[in-house]
Design a protein. Structure first.
Ligand code: ADP
Length: 449
């Protein structure tokens, strides 16, 4: 029958698609549901990259990196509150996940720097186009090729269990069919985070009340309620990340890769004030400390040319530009004289190879080519680190730390991988690695049940 399968996947972001494809390839019959009318979740919006260590792509560019270094950076970025065994899985499988996507047709050949990383390990398509849209496209194409049953406008409502507590399926609500039961031995929750739900966000972190968000409308966190009703324990819900650079005009999220490729942060007084590629929590706090609670990403044509995504922001009309820094100051309200001095000082630091002012670890290029650009930015709610508690096999656990048989979780709906603060580039890595793992383990589990 149509509604009886081995594995149901809830959510069509990167975690859900990775889980669905992987479960299928391990022999399971799969249905993937998505409550929104479109696929891709928040994953589709990810612009920065996919962190991975010791990859062929890095080796081709002579980049020295290691799994240990990625592990250390991830723990440090998360203020050591991450679950070590989950970080172990994230980092040691990161190359495997890049290879898995590459074998399915992904281009992850461009490798750049993101905040909190001690090496260039953020993988993205050649030319620097958005990684999330590309990865979702590749996964979607592969799901179609495998004839996986995908149902949009279908919301996961309640996990159904037998009297022994084993998962037996999912009650869903389809836009046209209404409520019905999908029978399955295993359910994978890949419902993402809740950054778009300011009520939920501000209850957990009152400082974020009224903040705008970078997320898609479906990022409301109702998957957490589905999990909680099934007995899932929660972890770290109070850790909610602001992304430091949303454009004040238009609310467009400006990827961290703009800074990674060389842009600097300047305040209204025309001065630098922070290591631009510090972790997101620190960069956000620093911006909120400036006059007007915003700052400007300043860069030149050499940075613009290094990242095709920047032309998209220009196309959206959120990037004032001028052929001199003084003119740029006049257009944006930045003190032009100080700005000119700050850029000259920065260029001298680039030349010396060391940021004596703020300790920025990468200084990719001087800012002295062609036109200058400034994007006014302010932090917005971006990622929710907390979620359901999982073990290193992506099994969801209850408050007694027992596995709920047949229930799996992957991606932003889970807690523990990122501790108190996620590093840029670790989300795509997380969703692909844990999604694959959830898919494989759910498929194997369903064979035994
Ligand atoms: P991840 O990055 O962890 O894969 P995303 O935010 O990209 O997470 O994707 C999660 C997807 O799950 C979104 O498209 C969201 O609309 C969908 N979703 C959330 N809750 C439900 C639900 N209860 N039923 C079906 N889909 C859901």
């Amino acid at each position: 029958p149509r509604d009886t399968v081995d594995v149901v996947v809830v959510g069509s972001g990167g975690a859900g698609f990775s889980a669905a494809v992987s479960a299928h390839d391990h022999g399971a019959k799969v249905i993937l549901i998505e409550k929104e009318p479109v696929i891709g979740g928040n994953a589709k919006l990810a612009a920065g990259g996919m962190n991975a260590a010791w990859t062929d792509q890095q080796k081709a560019k002579d980049i020295k990196d290691s799994v240990e270094s990625m592990y250390k950076d991830t723990m440090k970025g998360g203020r050591d509150l991450n679950e070590p065994e989950l970080v172990e899985v994230l980092t040691s499988h990161s190359k495997g996940s890049v290879d898995w996507l590459t074998a399915m047709g992904a281009d992850l050949n461009d490798v750049g720097r993101m905040g909190g990383a001690s090496a260039n390990r953020s993988h993205r398509p050649t030319g620097g186009a958005g990684v999330g849209a590309h990865v979702i496209q590749v996964l979607y194409d592969n799901a179609v090729k495998r004839d996986i049953d995908m149902r949009m406008n279908t919301r996961g409502i309640e996990i159904i269990k037998d009297d022994k507590g084993n998962v037996k399926g999912l009650l869903v609500k389809g836009m046209y069919k209404g409520y019905y039961w999908i029978k399955a031995d295993a359910v994978i929750l890949a419902t993402g985070g809740f950054a778009k739900n300011n009520e939920r966000v501000s209850k957990l972190d009152p400082k974020l009340k009224g903040f705008i968000s970078t997320n898609q409308p479906g990022a409301t966190g109702d998957g957490l309620d589905v999990a909680a009703n099934a007995g899932a324990a929660m972890k770290d819900l109070e850790y909610i990340q602001a992304h430091p650079t949303l454009s004040v005009k238009g609310g467009v999220m400006v990827t961290e890769a703009v800074r990674g490729n060389g842009a600097i942060l300047i305040n209204r007084e025309g001065k630098r004030f922070v290591n631009e590629i510090t972790t997101r929590d620190k960069a956000s706090a620093a911006i909120l400390n400036q006059t007007g609670k915003s700052a400007f990403l300043v860069f030149d044509d050499s940075v613009r040319k290094s990242l095709s995504k920047i032309d998209k922001y220009i196309g959206l009309g959120v990037v004032p530009s001028a052929d001199s820094l003084v003119k740029l100051g006049e257009m944006t309200g930045i003190d032009g004289k100080n700005l000119t001095e700050a850029v000259a000082r920065y260029n001298s630091l680039v030349k010396s190879g060391k940021d004596a002012d703020f300790g920025r670890p990468n200084l990719p290029r001087a800012l002295n080519e062609g036109n200058y650009y400034a994007i006014e930015v302010t932090p917005g709610v971006h990622h929710t680190m907390g979620g359901v508690k999982i073990d290193s096999k992506a099994e969801i656990m209850n408050a007694k730390k027992q596995v709920i048989p047949g229930l799996y979780g992957a991606g932003e709906v889970t807690g523990g991988v990122h501790g108190a603060n996620r590093l840029g580039g670790n989300a795509i890595s997380d969703i692909v690695t844990f999604g694959r793992m959830a898919g494989e383990n759910a498929a194997e589990y369903s064979k035994k049940n």
